[in-house]
Design a protein around this ligand. Sequence first.
Ligand code: NAD
Length: 307
Amino acid sequence: MKILITGGAGFIGSHLVDACVERGDEVFIIDNLSTGQRDNIAHHDGNASVHFYEVDIRDWEKISDIFEQVRPEVVFHLAAQINVRESIRNPVHDIEVNILGTMNILESMRKHDCQRMIFSSTGGAMFGGDNPPYSESHEAHPESPYGISKRAVELLLEFYERQYGIRSTILRYANVYWPRQNALGEAGVISIFLDKIQNNQIPTIYGDGSQTRDFIHVADVVSANMHALEKNLTGVYHVGTGIETSVNQLWQILASSTDTTIKPQYTPSLWEIQRSALSPEKLRATGWNNSFSLKDGINQMKSAQTR
Ligand code: NAD
């Protein structure tokens, strides 16, 4: 199958490239390398089934040309500005990349008859409050330009499906971690903490550390994407574990598993959702399940580092 992956040189996208290559697909990657890295996909260099385009999704001419040449059957759309704090500092950039860039992809799909998109959305930046885990029936309340841009794309996808028959799966991820993670991402806290521990530096915790997140291993996020493709799912699905872990608990798990005596410093938060977790029950009912607990994932990270 011809599969186009935007953001395919990034953290999650590069793992998705690996999974598609393993399945025998021909893979076309679009990435401007703003946060992604060529190294993440360098192990596919020389593979005639993997094609890389260093292109910005905001460039309508180039995007439309790629779709005309390639004629992909499926698009996994991951390219985005993903840093919540950065979206607050510069909301215009978020709207340009996450909404207008996505419009270039959707219009190219419409123009060149590509009927299927699997979209990487966010649960972490859309739900927060007193009663996690949140299911798909909860109303989304994005509070940052990042979350708002993702919600806007979800609504645009519903419109393109109704109007043009382009079928989409919207996968709302919890906080995805490791390996190849960029420390700027939504779950970058794990990478940042580990980095600080390794370099014997003091990490900063924003707020009092009681804020909770739902950490999901990247392998489980990739398996959710492949499951959506193979089962031909449409609609919205939450991809999380349903389990809350506070930033303080996360620090304790990491500190005890690495035997560090470093103490974090606390600083007031600019913006923070207090509690967050996503219920994966709807996706589980279709036959998917996550296979890593947070402890499993951290143990795997530790043994990879000591190898
Ligand atoms: P990432 O930054 O590693 O990946 C994003 C990729 O998009 C990068 O390779 C980057 O270079 C590319 N990109 C950015 N702007 C671009 C542009 N204008 N044109 C072309 N390419 C561009 O981040 P990630 O964590 O792998 O995120 C992938 C997707 O998953 C994103 O859409 C993100 O919103 C979503 N998501 C991630 C998490 C998480 O915890 N990491 C959680 C929820 C949703």
